[in-house]
Design a protein around this ligand. Structure first.
Ligand SMILES: CC(=O)N[C@H]1[C@@H](OP(=O)(O)OP(=O)(O)OC[C@H]2O[C@@H](n3ccc(=O)[nH]c3=O)[C@H](O)[C@@H]2O)O[C@H](CO)[C@@H](O)[C@@H]1O
Ligand SMILES: C=C(OP(=O)(O)O)C(=O)O
Length: 417
């Protein structure tokens, strides 16, 4: 199993190219299931989750050619509308094949994703929405079996805001008979990016970027070309790294307006931010100030940035509270940060972080994707060496992170077992 070895090494300087967003690329790859024509994608990040999704699509009979950050999909030859447990268990986003398969082929068989380190993460709202559209759904032997000769438009109000739930129902609705209204829809930029691709494929969608999506179903969708939006969470992670370690770094390939809540908190922490249409420059000297926040749905502060800000608060001046409202178990990084000398106490869904002047390197274990990122940030500022085990979590969602950080002066290297 690969590990990352980091030596705390002072400020970071230079440029970093941000990759395409994992959470946009995964639903967008699934949209390739909705058509028999070619879908050309660019800015697809080089991630384990993308490789897993391509494997899953190929197994169903999709032709998927990948060259660098471009992917060409063709779903003319799909012969098996099924997502097996072996792939779903490694990547929960596999559930995103359910809506497109059912809408285009009238049937789908998708392994139920299990819980994961950050919470139980049920998919009841995906199922409820498809049932409202006339699907018959049974759950047997760990699989969701869904059937519908043709889905029918419906008005669907999900019990909570769900990102992949909105994406699954949106994709299903594009080929349904009649109008679907998705109330309480997720407004995350990655949902909008998917919707923009669907429109290019011939879908009729109104309300993109709002919490009410209105979709007029069409008989079929065609091919399209699309560039995946930049990854705001990857960008946010590098911003936190500079905020903690100090330095002057410009991130390229990222729209700053989709990071408003994160940039606000960084400014509050004392970080200097400048930005243009597709870049963000971050400058920091001295110790950050601790910042309190609570996670919430977009456009508020993202849960996927909570762990990285916890690492930043760990070395900040003062104390702050961090409240996690999206997932019931997303504080697994706290124990590991404390192994590095942080002072963090958990009270229910709130963590109280009292900043310390310095962390000290140690052996730590990554427990999930963003927990891994928080340990990398902590390792960059800790005195001495930090060895992070189980970085397969990091590889799911970061494109060559150690290369990008080395290029701006970090002492970080992968140790392959
Ligand atoms: C691939 C992808 O895009 N992953 C993102 C997506 O995950 P994901 O789409 O899985 O997260 P959701 O938005 O669905 O989850 C939000 C909350 O709703 C609950 N819930 C959700 C669906 C459902 O049917 N029933 C239910 O109870 C979840 O357990 C969670 O507590 O949004 C999360 C919240 O921004 C991010 O952290 C993930 O990075
Ligand atoms: C929780 C995340 O991803 P996933 O939904 O793929 O597990 C994440 O990107 O932080």
């Amino acid at each position: 199993m690969d590990k990352l070895l980091i030596e705390g090494n002072g400020p970071l300087h230079g440029d970093i190219q941000v990759s395409g967003a994992k959470n946009a690329a995964l639903p967008i790859l699934c949209a390739g299931l909705l058509t028999a024509e070619d879908v050309h994608l660019s800015n697809v990040p080089n991630l384990q989750d993308v490789r897993t999704m391509l494997r899953l699509l190929r197994q169903m009979g999709v032709r998927a050619e990948q060259e660098g950050e471009s992917v060409l999909l063709n779903g003319a030859g799909i012969n098996s509308p099924e997502a097996p447990y072996e792939l779903v268990k490694t990547m929960r986003a596999s559930i995103l094949v359910l809506g497109p398969l059912l809408a285009r082929f009238g049937e789908a068989r998708v392994s139920l994703p299990g819980g994961c380190a950050i919470g139980a993460r049920p998919v009841d709202q995906h199922i409820k929405g498809l049932q409202a559209m006339g699907a018959s759904v049974t759950i047997e032997h760990g699989f969701i079996n869904a059937r519908a000769a043709r889905l029918k438009g419906a008005r669907i109000i999900t019990d909570m805001i769900t990102v992949t739930g909105t994406e699954n129902l949106l994709m299903a609705a594009t080929l349904a008979d009649g109008e679907t209204v998705l109330e309480n829809a997720a407004r995350e930029p990655e949902v909008s990016d998917l919707a923009h691709l669907l429109v290019k494929m011939g879908a009729h969608i109104e309300g993109i970027g709002t919490d009410r999506l209105v979709i007029q179903g069409v008989e079929r969708l065609g091919g399209a070309s699309h560039t995946v939006v930049g990854d705001r969470i990857e960008a946010g992670t590098f911003l936190c790294a500079v905020a903690a370690a100090g330095g002057d770094v410009t991130l390229r390939g990222i729209d700053p307006t989709i990071l408003d809540a994160v940039l606000d908190k960084l400014r509050e922490a004392g970080v200097q931010i400048e930005s243009g249409t597709d870049w963000i420059r971050v400058r920091m000297s001295g110790r950050p100030r601790a910042v309190s926040f609570r996670t919430s749905e977009y456009p508020a502060f993202p849960t996927d940035m909570q762990a990285q800000f916890m690492a930043l608060n760990a070395v900040a001046e003062g104390a702050a509270t961090v409240t996690e409202t999206i997932f019931e178990n997303r504080f697994m990084h706290v124990q590991e940060l404390n192994r590095l000398g942080a002072n963090i106490a958990i009270e229910g869904n709130t963590a109280v972080v009292t900043g310390v002047p310095a962390l000290s390197g140690a052996m730590v274990m990554a427990t999930d994707l963003r927990a891994s990122a928080s340990l990398v940030i902590a390792g960059l500022v800790a005195q001495g060496e930090t060895l992070i085990d189980r970085i397969y979590h990091l590889d799911r969602g970061y494109d060559r992170m150690e290369h990008k950080l080395s290029a701006v002066g970090a002492k970080i290297r992968r140790i392959s077992a």
